[in-house]
Design a binder for this molecule. Structure first.
Ligand code: SAM
Length: 294
Protein backbone atom coordinates (compact mmCIF):
# COMPACT_ATOMS: atom_id res chain seq x y z
CA UNK A 1 0.00 0.00 0.00
CA UNK A 2 1.50 3.41 -0.91
CA UNK A 3 2.50 5.54 2.07
CA UNK A 4 0.27 8.57 2.52
CA UNK A 5 1.83 11.93 3.25
CA UNK A 6 0.19 13.74 6.17
CA UNK A 7 -2.09 16.51 4.99
CA UNK A 8 -0.82 19.92 5.96
CA UNK A 9 -2.67 22.57 7.92
CA UNK A 10 -3.48 24.51 4.78
CA UNK A 11 -4.33 21.42 2.83
CA UNK A 12 -6.89 20.48 5.47
CA UNK A 13 -8.93 23.61 5.01
CA UNK A 14 -8.21 24.26 1.37
CA UNK A 15 -8.80 20.71 0.29
CA UNK A 16 -5.50 20.11 -1.46
CA UNK A 17 -2.01 19.31 -0.19
CA UNK A 18 0.74 21.89 -0.31
CA UNK A 19 4.39 21.02 -0.32
CA UNK A 20 5.20 24.58 0.81
CA UNK A 21 2.94 24.94 3.82
CA UNK A 22 4.86 26.27 6.85
CA UNK A 23 2.87 23.87 9.07
CA UNK A 24 2.94 20.13 9.47
CA UNK A 25 -0.07 17.85 9.82
CA UNK A 26 -0.38 18.81 13.48
CA UNK A 27 -0.35 22.56 12.92
CA UNK A 28 3.29 22.92 14.09
CA UNK A 29 5.45 25.40 12.24
CA UNK A 30 8.06 23.75 10.03
CA UNK A 31 11.55 25.18 9.47
CA UNK A 32 11.08 27.83 6.82
CA UNK A 33 13.66 28.35 4.08
CA UNK A 34 12.76 32.04 4.25
CA UNK A 35 14.48 32.10 7.65
CA UNK A 36 17.77 32.11 5.83
CA UNK A 37 16.90 35.52 4.51
CA UNK A 38 18.13 38.59 6.29
CA UNK A 39 14.79 40.06 7.08
CA UNK A 40 13.82 43.52 8.15
CA UNK A 41 10.36 43.02 9.60
CA UNK A 42 7.69 40.50 8.86
CA UNK A 43 6.10 42.87 6.42
CA UNK A 44 9.26 43.46 4.46
CA UNK A 45 11.83 40.71 4.10
CA UNK A 46 14.72 40.77 1.70
CA UNK A 47 12.95 41.52 -1.51
CA UNK A 48 13.75 43.65 -4.54
CA UNK A 49 10.39 45.32 -4.12
CA UNK A 50 11.18 46.61 -0.63
CA UNK A 51 13.97 48.96 0.32
CA UNK A 52 14.80 48.06 3.91
CA UNK A 53 15.88 51.55 4.95
CA UNK A 54 12.76 53.11 3.46
CA UNK A 55 10.72 50.44 5.24
CA UNK A 56 12.23 51.33 8.62
CA UNK A 57 11.74 55.04 7.98
CA UNK A 58 8.10 54.45 7.06
CA UNK A 59 7.52 52.38 10.21
CA UNK A 60 9.18 55.01 12.41
CA UNK A 61 7.15 57.81 10.81
CA UNK A 62 3.71 56.28 11.38
CA UNK A 63 1.84 57.88 14.32
CA UNK A 64 2.13 54.66 16.32
CA UNK A 65 5.82 54.33 15.40
CA UNK A 66 6.58 57.86 16.57
CA UNK A 67 4.54 57.42 19.77
CA UNK A 68 6.04 54.13 20.89
CA UNK A 69 9.59 55.24 20.17
CA UNK A 70 9.09 58.35 22.33
CA UNK A 71 7.50 56.26 25.07
CA UNK A 72 10.29 53.68 24.81
CA UNK A 73 13.00 56.34 25.20
CA UNK A 74 11.20 57.83 28.21
CA UNK A 75 10.97 54.41 29.87
CA UNK A 76 14.74 54.00 29.58
CA UNK A 77 15.24 56.89 32.03
CA UNK A 78 18.13 58.31 30.01
CA UNK A 79 20.36 60.81 31.83
CA UNK A 80 23.15 63.23 30.96
CA UNK A 81 26.46 61.43 30.70
CA UNK A 82 24.96 57.98 30.09
CA UNK A 83 26.55 55.48 27.76
CA UNK A 84 23.76 53.94 25.68
CA UNK A 85 24.06 51.02 23.28
CA UNK A 86 21.52 50.69 20.46
CA UNK A 87 21.65 47.00 19.54
CA UNK A 88 20.57 46.64 15.92
CA UNK A 89 20.56 50.38 15.25
CA UNK A 90 19.57 50.00 11.59
CA UNK A 91 19.98 53.27 9.65
CA UNK A 92 20.37 55.19 12.90
CA UNK A 93 16.64 55.66 13.42
CA UNK A 94 17.02 56.37 17.14
CA UNK A 95 20.62 57.55 17.50
CA UNK A 96 19.68 61.26 17.43
CA UNK A 97 16.93 60.80 20.01
CA UNK A 98 19.27 58.86 22.31
CA UNK A 99 22.06 61.44 21.94
CA UNK A 100 19.69 64.31 22.71
CA UNK A 101 18.61 62.58 25.92
CA UNK A 102 22.18 61.91 27.12
CA UNK A 103 24.14 65.19 26.74
CA UNK A 104 27.81 64.66 27.43
CA UNK A 105 27.28 60.92 27.17
CA UNK A 106 28.09 58.31 24.58
CA UNK A 107 25.70 56.66 22.12
CA UNK A 108 26.92 53.50 20.42
CA UNK A 109 25.02 51.97 17.50
CA UNK A 110 25.70 48.37 16.57
CA UNK A 111 24.47 46.54 13.51
CA UNK A 112 25.78 43.79 11.27
CA UNK A 113 24.56 45.34 8.02
CA UNK A 114 27.16 47.66 6.41
CA UNK A 115 24.47 49.41 4.36
CA UNK A 116 22.55 50.28 7.53
CA UNK A 117 25.69 51.55 9.19
CA UNK A 118 26.66 53.69 6.20
CA UNK A 119 23.25 55.33 6.37
CA UNK A 120 23.52 55.74 10.15
CA UNK A 121 26.89 57.47 9.68
CA UNK A 122 25.49 59.66 6.90
CA UNK A 123 22.61 60.77 9.13
CA UNK A 124 24.71 61.12 12.29
CA UNK A 125 28.29 61.91 11.23
CA UNK A 126 29.50 62.16 14.82
CA UNK A 127 27.80 58.97 15.99
CA UNK A 128 29.83 55.97 17.11
CA UNK A 129 28.66 52.97 15.14
CA UNK A 130 30.19 49.52 14.91
CA UNK A 131 29.68 46.70 12.47
CA UNK A 132 29.22 43.62 14.62
CA UNK A 133 27.01 40.68 15.28
CA UNK A 134 24.95 41.13 18.43
CA UNK A 135 25.84 37.64 19.64
CA UNK A 136 29.40 38.85 20.36
CA UNK A 137 29.48 42.56 21.19
CA UNK A 138 32.74 44.47 20.66
CA UNK A 139 32.30 46.20 24.01
CA UNK A 140 33.90 45.78 27.45
CA UNK A 141 32.12 44.36 30.48
CA UNK A 142 29.93 46.64 32.60
CA UNK A 143 30.66 49.80 30.60
CA UNK A 144 27.13 50.79 29.54
CA UNK A 145 24.33 52.44 31.50
CA UNK A 146 21.58 51.58 29.02
CA UNK A 147 21.04 49.15 26.15
CA UNK A 148 18.09 48.66 23.88
CA UNK A 149 16.71 46.62 21.01
CA UNK A 150 13.86 47.86 18.84
CA UNK A 151 12.41 45.13 16.61
CA UNK A 152 15.73 43.25 16.46
CA UNK A 153 15.55 40.13 18.64
CA UNK A 154 12.80 38.86 16.36
CA UNK A 155 15.51 38.27 13.73
CA UNK A 156 18.56 37.01 15.63
CA UNK A 157 19.68 33.36 15.76
CA UNK A 158 19.85 33.16 19.53
CA UNK A 159 17.97 35.84 21.53
CA UNK A 160 19.20 34.35 24.85
CA UNK A 161 22.81 34.79 23.72
CA UNK A 162 22.17 38.41 22.71
CA UNK A 163 20.56 39.11 26.09
CA UNK A 164 23.58 37.52 27.82
CA UNK A 165 25.79 39.91 25.88
CA UNK A 166 23.56 42.87 26.82
CA UNK A 167 23.83 41.77 30.46
CA UNK A 168 27.62 41.55 30.18
CA UNK A 169 28.08 45.06 28.77
CA UNK A 170 25.63 46.74 31.18
CA UNK A 171 26.84 47.92 34.57
CA UNK A 172 25.01 46.46 37.58
CA UNK A 173 21.69 48.29 37.81
CA UNK A 174 21.91 49.41 34.18
CA UNK A 175 18.65 49.25 32.23
CA UNK A 176 17.84 47.15 29.18
CA UNK A 177 14.86 48.17 27.05
CA UNK A 178 13.34 45.74 24.57
CA UNK A 179 10.55 46.48 22.08
CA UNK A 180 9.63 43.46 20.01
CA UNK A 181 6.50 42.33 18.17
CA UNK A 182 4.47 39.19 18.63
CA UNK A 183 3.58 38.30 15.06
CA UNK A 184 1.23 35.54 16.18
CA UNK A 185 -1.13 38.33 17.24
CA UNK A 186 -1.38 39.69 13.69
CA UNK A 187 -5.03 40.03 12.70
CA UNK A 188 -6.53 41.54 9.54
CA UNK A 189 -10.29 42.09 9.58
CA UNK A 190 -12.08 40.60 6.57
CA UNK A 191 -15.26 38.68 5.83
CA UNK A 192 -13.04 35.80 4.63
CA UNK A 193 -11.65 34.76 7.99
CA UNK A 194 -9.94 31.69 6.57
CA UNK A 195 -7.82 33.79 4.20
CA UNK A 196 -7.09 36.37 6.91
CA UNK A 197 -5.90 33.66 9.28
CA UNK A 198 -3.82 31.97 6.58
CA UNK A 199 -2.27 35.33 5.67
CA UNK A 200 -1.39 36.04 9.30
CA UNK A 201 0.12 32.59 9.79
CA UNK A 202 2.14 32.97 6.62
CA UNK A 203 3.54 36.35 7.70
CA UNK A 204 4.39 35.03 11.18
CA UNK A 205 6.03 32.01 9.57
CA UNK A 206 8.51 34.28 7.77
CA UNK A 207 9.98 35.69 10.98
CA UNK A 208 12.65 33.69 12.80
CA UNK A 209 11.41 34.49 16.33
CA UNK A 210 7.83 35.45 15.51
CA UNK A 211 6.49 35.19 19.09
CA UNK A 212 9.49 36.89 20.75
CA UNK A 213 7.29 39.66 22.22
CA UNK A 214 5.53 37.38 24.69
CA UNK A 215 8.86 35.67 25.53
CA UNK A 216 10.81 38.78 26.54
CA UNK A 217 10.05 38.51 30.25
CA UNK A 218 11.04 34.85 30.40
CA UNK A 219 14.25 35.53 28.46
CA UNK A 220 15.16 38.52 30.64
CA UNK A 221 14.66 36.56 33.85
CA UNK A 222 16.72 33.67 32.48
CA UNK A 223 19.53 36.11 31.55
CA UNK A 224 19.70 37.50 35.09
CA UNK A 225 17.69 40.68 34.65
CA UNK A 226 15.09 42.02 37.06
CA UNK A 227 12.02 42.92 35.03
CA UNK A 228 10.76 46.39 35.97
CA UNK A 229 8.01 47.05 33.47
CA UNK A 230 6.02 45.27 30.75
CA UNK A 231 3.88 47.33 28.38
CA UNK A 232 1.85 45.85 25.53
CA UNK A 233 1.70 48.24 22.59
CA UNK A 234 -1.23 47.70 20.24
CA UNK A 235 -0.25 48.53 16.67
CA UNK A 236 -3.30 49.23 14.54
CA UNK A 237 -3.50 50.45 10.95
CA UNK A 238 -6.70 51.93 9.57
CA UNK A 239 -5.62 52.92 6.06
CA UNK A 240 -4.62 50.59 3.27
CA UNK A 241 -1.44 52.41 2.26
CA UNK A 242 0.14 52.16 5.72
CA UNK A 243 -1.11 48.64 6.40
CA UNK A 244 0.22 47.57 3.02
CA UNK A 245 3.60 49.25 3.56
CA UNK A 246 4.15 47.81 7.03
CA UNK A 247 2.36 44.46 6.85
CA UNK A 248 2.89 43.87 3.15
CA UNK A 249 -0.75 43.01 2.46
CA UNK A 250 -0.14 42.73 -1.29
CA UNK A 251 3.42 41.46 -1.39
CA UNK A 252 2.90 38.87 1.35
CA UNK A 253 -0.36 37.72 -0.21
CA UNK A 254 1.60 37.22 -3.46
CA UNK A 255 4.28 35.29 -1.62
CA UNK A 256 1.68 33.20 0.19
CA UNK A 257 0.08 32.28 -3.12
CA UNK A 258 3.47 31.39 -4.60
CA UNK A 259 4.21 29.24 -1.54
CA UNK A 260 0.85 27.47 -1.78
CA UNK A 261 -0.33 28.93 1.54
CA UNK A 262 -3.17 30.93 -0.05
CA UNK A 263 -5.38 30.14 -3.02
CA UNK A 264 -4.83 32.69 -5.81
CA UNK A 265 -8.48 33.73 -6.41
CA UNK A 266 -9.27 33.99 -2.70
CA UNK A 267 -6.11 36.03 -2.13
CA UNK A 268 -6.90 38.41 -5.01
CA UNK A 269 -10.44 38.97 -3.72
CA UNK A 270 -9.13 39.46 -0.18
CA UNK A 271 -6.53 42.03 -1.31
CA UNK A 272 -9.14 43.88 -3.42
CA UNK A 273 -11.45 44.11 -0.39
CA UNK A 274 -8.58 45.42 1.73
CA UNK A 275 -7.83 48.06 -0.91
CA UNK A 276 -11.48 49.20 -0.80
CA UNK A 277 -11.45 49.19 3.01
CA UNK A 278 -12.36 49.74 5.73
CA UNK A 279 -9.01 48.49 7.01
CA UNK A 280 -8.53 47.18 10.55
CA UNK A 281 -5.17 45.42 10.70
CA UNK A 282 -2.71 45.15 13.53
CA UNK A 283 -0.67 43.21 16.03
CA UNK A 284 0.80 43.62 19.52
CA UNK A 285 4.32 44.70 20.40
CA UNK A 286 5.78 44.25 23.87
CA UNK A 287 7.98 46.80 25.55
CA UNK A 288 9.99 45.42 28.48
CA UNK A 289 12.34 47.33 30.76
CA UNK A 290 14.71 45.29 32.92
CA UNK A 291 17.58 46.05 35.26
CA UNK A 292 20.87 44.16 35.17
CA UNK A 293 21.37 42.34 38.47
CA UNK A 294 24.42 43.14 40.63
C1 SAM B 1 13.84 45.95 11.95
S1 SAM B 1 15.47 46.60 11.90
C2 SAM B 1 15.33 47.74 13.26
C3 SAM B 1 16.31 48.87 13.18
C4 SAM B 1 16.17 49.94 14.26
N1 SAM B 1 16.27 49.37 15.59
C5 SAM B 1 14.87 50.69 14.13
O1 SAM B 1 14.06 50.70 15.06
O2 SAM B 1 14.66 51.30 13.07
C6 SAM B 1 16.48 45.29 12.55
C7 SAM B 1 17.97 45.59 12.52
O3 SAM B 1 18.67 44.58 13.25
C8 SAM B 1 19.85 44.22 12.57
N2 SAM B 1 20.23 42.87 12.98
C9 SAM B 1 19.47 41.75 12.89
N3 SAM B 1 20.15 40.70 13.37
C10 SAM B 1 21.37 41.15 13.76
C11 SAM B 1 22.52 40.53 14.35
N4 SAM B 1 22.56 39.23 14.62
N5 SAM B 1 23.58 41.31 14.64
C12 SAM B 1 23.57 42.65 14.36
N6 SAM B 1 22.50 43.28 13.82
C13 SAM B 1 21.42 42.55 13.53
C14 SAM B 1 19.48 44.35 11.11
O4 SAM B 1 20.64 44.52 10.30
C15 SAM B 1 18.57 45.56 11.10
O5 SAM B 1 19.27 46.75 10.87
Amino acid sequence: MPSRRPRTFYARFRGRPSAHSPFDAYGRRLPDPAHNLHQTDAGAGLDDRVDQIAYMDTAAATPIGTAYKQHFAARLDLRAGHTVVDLGCGPGTDLGRLAAATPGGRVIGIDRDPRMLAEARRRHPTAEVHESDLHALPLPDAGADRARTDRVLQHVDDPARVLAEARRVLRPGGLLGLAEPDWDTLAVADEDLVTSRAFARFVAGRVRNAAIGRDLVRLCVAAGFEVRNVTPVPVLFRDFATADAILGLRRNADRAVAAGALAGPAAATWVARQERGPVVAGFTCYMVISAAGG
